[in-house]
Every structure is written in structure tokens, then in C-alpha cells.
Design a protein around this ligand. Structure first.
Ligand code: BJW
Ligand code: ZN
Length: 259
């Protein structure tokens, strides 16, 4: 969508605004696309991380067991990239809606922390389904801690370690084949089931169980609104599909009626 949406898009935006306006509860499911305009690389599609790197080599427990240095080197680079990025207009519009309108909860697959940076009140903090780039976890004692530090992956001995037990640390991220935190997922499912609208922003909707949240809302009688620059498996069943960049479309959807 350009800055001046065409008629079809305007009708879609108005339909979506009406659905959101009428909804007591809105759950927002976000993916890497919402942070694209902040400069955070997405995973799939042209320019995505999985075009250059293999998920099997970097984002599985087997990869970490095989070569923790390689995996930490990649996460150290990702931390440095994301630390240069700021929330964009979509993150800010969602945080503002969560603060001012009430009944809006954000569930994110992203590990970049940008929703949390944009949040000014606790209800705007997201549920983070896949963990955080800025948290580490001990592979021995399971302790977790905030970690924004530079990663020195020169040798195995310089890798991040647990201050409590000296065990090897790992990124506190949910890799392929690993279970999501049970309580976080249960809360997300409950939000999706109780929402009149599931607003899905910038996800390819292929990674489960996150992608299933929109279907949970639909099965409970709610509507799905999708914002994405491309088609996804959700596009066909969504009540409204809006093609355009999140930082342009999302603020249009959530601006108060008088604007
Ligand atoms: C814009 C835009 C703009 C661009 N504006 N839009 C077969 C074998 C083994 C496992 C499975 C299997 N089948 C299913 C599974 C389960 C698996 C899974 O779903 N795999 C599928 C890929 C097939 N899921 C899991 O393993 C999960 N665990 C689990 O299910 O446990 C139980 C179980 C275990 C074992 C077997 C079966 C079940 C865990 C999933 C963890 C995902 N982790 C990652 C993190 C990686 C590393 C890291 O970040 O450091 O999470 S993978 C990666 O994908 C990351 C993301 O959160 C996730 C989703 O990606 P997302 O956000 O959708 O990004 P993209 O890049 O895919 O899409 C961006 C979108 O934005 C695109 O649509 C663009 O068009 C759009 N866009 N610019 C708006 N400006
Ligand atoms: Zn430990």
C-alpha cells in the first residue's frame, strides 16, 4: 500500500477498522515482517536469513550441541544488528492501542525485543513465543538472565557462561524441534480463543504452533485480519487481507476514528 491507498485497499482498511472497533478483545500475532522496516532481517523470502544460512546449522539443539561456537557467533551478530534497530510506526501504533484502547494484547514470534522497547505500559508488553535474543539460559542448571553483551566466540572457553554454576550458556530462543514455554503458549491460546479479532502482521504463518493461533480465533467465531506484503497460507481464509508494509498499514488500522 502506498501512502495513498487505492479504493480496494481503502475499503479493506475500513472493513478492518470496523471489525477492530467493534471488538472487545483483539489479539495481535506478529512475525518478522513487522520489524522489516526497522532494519531487522526476516527469515524467509528474498533477503531472508534462511537464504544465506541453513536453519539446521544454526537454529536447532543439534546444531548447538555440534558447534556451539558457530551458533553463538551467529547470535552475537544478530544481537549487534538488532541493537542498531528502533521500533517503527507499526510497533508504536500497537503499543499505543494496547495502552489507550484496552483489550489489545500482542503475541509475537519475534526475538528482537522491539515490541517491548515500544511499550510504555505493562499491558503493551508482548508474549514472546520464541524467546529473546537478549536473554541467555544455562544448559546445565536452566537459569535464565538478561544478556545484551558482546559475544566472544573465539574459543569454546570464551563463550557466555552461567554465573551461578559455570555451565555453558545458550541463547534463550526456541529452536526448531523444541517446545515453546507451556505457560506462555497456553496464555496465547487463551487470548486467541477469546478474541473477536486476530490481527496477524508480517508472518509467513508456516511455523507452528504460532501460526495456529489465527485458526483458534476463527474456530471460536472471531475474524482474522492479515497485514502482509505477500500471500500466506492464511490469506485465503482471512476476513480481510491487506497487502502493504506493516509500518504504513497498521497505523491506518489503529488510528482513532477522528484522525
Ligand atoms: C512484511 C514486511 C513488511 C516482509 N510488512 N509484512 C516437521 C519436522 C520437524 C518439526 C516440524 C515439522 N512440521 C512442523 C514442525 C514443527 C515446527 C514447524 O512449524 N516447522 C515448520 C517450518 C514446518 N515447529 C517447531 O519446531 C516449534 N516447536 C514445536 O512445534 O514443538 C513441538 C514439536 C517438536 C518436534 C516436532 C514436532 C513438534 C518451534 C518453532 C521455533 C521457531 N523458531 C524460530 C527461531 C529461529 C532462530 C532465531 O530467531 O534465532 O522462530 S524459526 C523462525 O520462524 C523464527 C520465527 O519466529 C519463525 C516465524 O517466522 P516469521 O516471523 O513468520 O518470519 P518469516 O521470515 O517467515 O516471514 C516474514 C513475513 O513478513 C513474510 O510473510 C513476508 O511477506 C512478510 N513481510 N516484510 C509486512 N514490511
Ligand atoms: Zn547454570
Amino acid at each position: 500500500m502506498s501512502a495513498t491507498p487505492d479504493r480496494a485497499t481503502r475499503a479493506g482498511v475500513e472493513h478492518a477498522r470496523a471489525l477492530i472497533g467493534d471488538a472487545r478483545q483483539v489479539v495481535v500475532l506478529t512475525g518478522a515482517g513487522i520489524s522489516a522496516e526497522s532494519g531487522v532481517p526476516t527469515f524467509r523470502g528474498s533477503g531472508g536469513l534462511w537464504k544465506e544460512y541453513r536453519a539446521e546449522d544454526l537454529a536447532t539443539p543439534q546444531a548447538f550441541a555440534r558447534d556451539p561456537r558457530l551458533v553463538w557467533e551467529w547470535y552475537g551478530w544478530r544481537r549487534r544488528v538488532v541493537q542498531q534497530c528502533l521500533p517503527n510506526a507499526a510497533h508504536v501504533a500497537l503499543a499505543t492501542a494496547a495502552r489507550e484502547r484496552g483489550g489489545v494484547r500482542i503475541v509475537t514470534q519475534n526475538v528482537d525485543g522491539l515490541h517491548a522497547t515500544a511499550a510504555t505500559v505493562p499491558q503493551a508488553l508482548p508474549l514472546e513465543l520464541h524467546g529473546s535474543l537478549f536473554r541467555s539460559r544455562c544448559t546445565r542448571c536452566g537459569g535464565r538472565w538478561d544478556d545484551r553483551g558482546e559475544v566472544n566466540a573465539a574459543t569454546r572457553d570464551t563463550l557466555p557462561m552461567c554465573a551461578a554454576c559455570g555451565g555453558l550458556a545458550r541463547p534463550d530462543i526456541v529452536w526448531f524441534g523444541e517446545s515453546l514455554d507451556e505457560a506462555t503458549l497456553a496464555q496465547a491460546m487463551q487470548l486467541a480463543a477469546g478474541a473477536a479479532v486476530c490481527l496477524v502482521v508480517g508472518t509467513s504463518a508456516v511455523v507452528y504452533p504460532a501460526a495456529g493461533l489465527a485458526e483458534v480465533t476463527r474456530r471460536h467465531g472471531g475474524s482474522v485480519i492479515e497485514v502482509n506484503v505477500a500471500d500466506t497460507p492464511l490469506s485465503g481464509t482471512a476476513a480481510v487481507t491487506l497487502r502493504g508494509p506493516a509500518a504504513v498499514v497498521v497505523p491506518h488500522l489503529l488510528a482513532p476514528a477522528s484522525e
